[in-house]
Design a protein around this ligand. Structure first.
Ligand code: SF4
Length: 439
């Protein structure tokens, strides 16, 4: 059956959600919570859900997460909360992700919870980038009384949530809804605004911001050194996914996406981005999509569930295999690629190669700002105290740009700690200012 971009996993109905919540044992020492990177109070909100108290369940989730409808969909539940649930030993873990998604969706649809917007009296914070780390910082600090403004280079906020994760796993409307909630907390968004080009960090300080957070992620894809790799039909996965997102939102024409339409596509790499690219290529109409990975399946970085779904959709996998040469037909088309499996080389037809072998931070901000040190790979160096502060006073960083997190929820956990670091730093600066004024 032809695949489209509609969301794959179905939501619970209300009776199904309550029945599932009622299976929870409310363990005294809840191992599910230990498995959650942001220590979500899982048994507490499941207990409220089991009684039909949806608003209470939402309020408990909001204590730890700014993006529950996102986490409920894209978190690696099998490795985190659900993998740690005591019932998992019997193979009957509580479907925590699906329940979280239900609570968040139900709350938005019914308009149940309305958070009071706190007065912004504690200082001003600029957040650069609106991916999971930036949104978490903005939500946490806004709830604590800081005036937060987000600067985003793209026409819509969300970063990787909007432009990196395909619609069938995370619908754009869900991301927009979560961002609306953060906007309701009083966060101001400046879109199409690239810091490092349009404005600099120094200008933001001149505008009166007390602290600045860099959550700019890793936007520069890595390349392998293969002959033919610079051909235009060799694409970077993150750029391909971004183009498809723009096409799906009506901001780009089908021609500009390029991959698809009966093509034979090879994807290099086997992380979640590689599988997202492969499954997206299928949806764009590719005839044949093959993931090429230089190690075996046990070393695959993608989630097993993602792999299973990719196989079901027709994606093929070549293990212990590398592409060693890319041959052009003409300046715009490929003819073939050379595959090497255990030393044996074969040349097979190919129309596109999509590369998903990781990415590194852009140097845009660091190169236009004095005093922000990076490591040899370009990741921003930060301190433990106050947590997340770079070598430039008042400038903080978190998320992928610091090379700490690996997933959406890990970026959120890191950002929560950085938010506390910013809070402590700004409070201390304000205290010193008031002492000096009183003298
Ligand atoms: Fe419920 Fe499982 Fe958590 Fe126990 S470990 S509280 S059964 S979700």
């Amino acid at each position: 059956m032809k695949k489209d971009f509609r969301e794959i996993n179905e939501s619970y109905t209300l009776p199904q959600a309550i029945r599932e919540a009622q299976r929870c044992l409310h363990c005294k020492v809840p191992s599910c919570k230990k498995g959650c990177p942001i220590s979500n109070d899982i048994p507490e909100w499941i207990a409220e859900l089991a009684k039909g108290n949806f608003g209470n369940a939402m309020q408990i989730i909001n204590r730890r997460s700014n993006l529950p409808a996102v986490c409920g969909r894209v978190c690696a539940h099998e490795k985190q909360c659900e993998g740690h649930c005591v019932l998992e030993k019997k193979g009957t873990h509580i479907n925590i992700g699906k329940l979280e998604r239900f609570v968040a969706d139900f709350d938005s649809d019914a308009g149940l919870t309305h958070e009071a917007i706190p007065e912004k009296t504690r200082g001003r914070v600029a957040v650069i980038g609106s991916g999971p780390a930036g949104l978490t910082i903005a939500g946490d600090l806004s709830r604590k009384g800081f005036g937060v403004e987000i600067f985003e280079m793209e026409p819509e906020p969300g970063g990787v949530l909007m432009y990196g994760i395909p619609e069938y796993r995370l619908p754009k409307e869900v991301v927009r809804r979560e961002i609306k909630k953060i906007e309701h907390l009083g966060v101001i968004f400046h879109l199409n605004n690239t810091i490092g080009e349009k404005h600099t960090i120094d200008e933001l300080f001149e505008q009166g911001f007390d602290a600045i957070f860099m959550g700019t992620g890793t936007g520069v894809p890595k390349r392998l050194n293969i002959p033919g790799v610079n051909h235009p039909a060799v694409r970077q996965a993150i750029r391909f996914l971004r183009r498809v997102s723009l096409y799906e939102s009506g901001c780009m024409s089908r021609d500009e996406v390029i991959v698809g339409n009966d093509d034979i596509v090879f994807v290099i790499g086997c992380g979640n981005t590689a599988l997202d690219a492969a499954r997206t290529a299928i949806r764009m109409g590719s005839k044949e999509v093959t993931v090429v990975y230089h190690r075996d399946i046990s070393h695959m970085k993608a989630l097993r569930s993602e792999y299973d779904e990719a196989v079901n959709e027709g994606v093929k996998f070549l293990w212990n295999t590398s592409i060693t040469n890319i041959q052009a037909l003409d300046p715009t088309h490929l003819r073939s690629v050379t595959l090497n499996t255990d030393g044996i080389e074969t040349v097979v037809p190919a129309d596109h190669v999509v590369m998903a072998v990781g990415s590194a931070p852009a140097a845009r901000i660091v190169s236009t700002t004095e005093g922000i040190e990076v490591d040899e790979k370009g990741y921003v160096l930060t301190r433990e105290n106050p947590y997340g502060m770079t070598t430039r006073k008042g400038v903080f960083a978190g998320g992928d740009v610091t090379n700490r997190p690996a997933t959406v929820v890990h970026a959120m956990r890191d950002a929560k700690q950085v938010a506390e670091g910013i809070e402590r730093y700004v409070d201390a600066v304000k205290l010193m200012e008031s002492i000096n004024t009183d003298k």
